[in-house]
Design a protein around this ligand. Structure first.
Ligand code: GTP
Ligand code: MG
Length: 315
């Protein structure tokens, strides 16, 4: 069934919805009426009607029995980081249909891990990959094809092929960043039936643009709300595409900390509630880094040591 066939959706509205990233029945089925009102310039009643029809057509939205959930969870894939100890810390790799946050100070390895995942996602499952391609939303202009080349060689892959399966978009401000997650759906839809469907979305960094644009306490609530919605969009992308969602986040000094670690991740509890897994990275000797699992639904809080080597992330 095509979008145009939904009651209340003509060709013009279908076009607007597609442009805004609502390019499948599933995407519309899980949208809120206000989102459609804003993007397609339609009334709230029409929006609700469209969503209800999409839910029926796509067969989602109601209660599910536990066995169905178990079945869906059987489809969850795991993506290797290149380091066995780091993989073990999170139960065998980054999960699809979940959002994993890496936070830590500058140079702690967040961007290096992002590059590594964009390579390993292309590997077959028996090698820890997902046989897929990657989308990178680069907000700090730190994507380096040369590093992909090094890491491809480390993974015994042809870097020319690897680079072709990494779709990078530079985000110039927070609104642009939000838009890119929305439109990533169209790209994923396009690649769905190919040999390399999108199985990984990276946002590096998820918070930096918001941090620099929203200055001062008055705008904090607005900023948090925007980040919250943005991350939910990203998570939804992961659900719809059975993809891994990886985001990075810096830390800031906690001026009132007398005990313990004097830093905290930007976005605080907003990011924390959306992220399924949170990993805190810190530097150790030379190439060594320490990752601490801070938050996870079913893994104990623990630490792992990995290294950032010339050929990529390793034990
Ligand atoms: P910010 O984005 O600044 O917050 O930091 P980040 O956590 O993203 O740091 P990033 O992942 O960029 O880590 C940078 C570190 O990775 C460098 O300090 C190096 O230690 C290491 N690194 C980067 N490129 C190479 C490389 O080509 N070879 C090796 N061996 N290490 C590298
Ligand atoms: Mg970085």
């Amino acid at each position: 069934m095509d979008l145009d066939e939904l009651p209340g959706v003509g060709p013009a509205i279908a076009e607007k919805l597609r442009e805004a990233g609502f390019n499948s029945l599933e995407a519309i089925a899980v949208a809120s009426p206000m989102e459609l009102v804003a993007t397609a310039e339609i009334g709230e009643a029409t929006a609700s009607k469209i969503i209800t029809a999409a839910r029926e057509a796509a067969d989602i939205g109601g209660f599910e029995t536990g066995d169905k959930i178990l079945e869906r969870r059987h489809n969850i894939g795991k993506l290797t980081t290149g380091s066995k100890s780091l993989d073990e810390l999170i139960g065998g790799g980054l999960e699809t249909q979940a959002l994993t946050e890496f936070y830590g100070e500058f140079g702690s390895g967040k961007t290096q891990i992002a590059h590594q995942l964009a390579v390993t996602v292309q590997l077959p499952p028996e090698k820890g990959g997902l046989n897929g391609s990657a989308i990178i939303i680069d907000t700090e202009n730190t994507f380096r094809p040369d590093r992909i080349k090094d890491m491809s060689e480390g993974a015994e892959l042809d870097y020319n092929d690897v680079l072709k399966n990494i779709h990078v978009a530079r985000a110039y401000n927070s609104n642009h960043q939000i838009l890119l997650v929305e439109t990533a759906g169209a790209l994923a839809e396009e690649l769905k039936a190919t040999e390399k469907p999108v199985r990984l979305m990276i946002i590096d960094s998820a918070t930096a643009q918001f941090r620099s644009e929203y200055v001062g306490r008055g705008t904090l609530a607005d900023r948090q709300q925007k980040i919250n919605r943005h991350l939910h969009d990203a998570l939804r992308f992961g659900d719809l595409n059975n993809a891994v969602v990886m985001i990075t986040n810096q830390v800031m000094a906690k001026p009132d900390a007398f005990f313990g670690d004097p830093t905290r991740p930007i976005g605080g509890h907003i990011v924390g509630h959306t992220a399924t897994f949170r990993l805190y990275l810190r530097k150790s000797k030379g190439e060594k880094r320490v990752a601490k699992l801070v938050d996870s639904p079913n893994m104990p809080e623990a630490e792992a040591v990995f290294s950032v080597s010339s050929i990529g992330i390793r034990d």
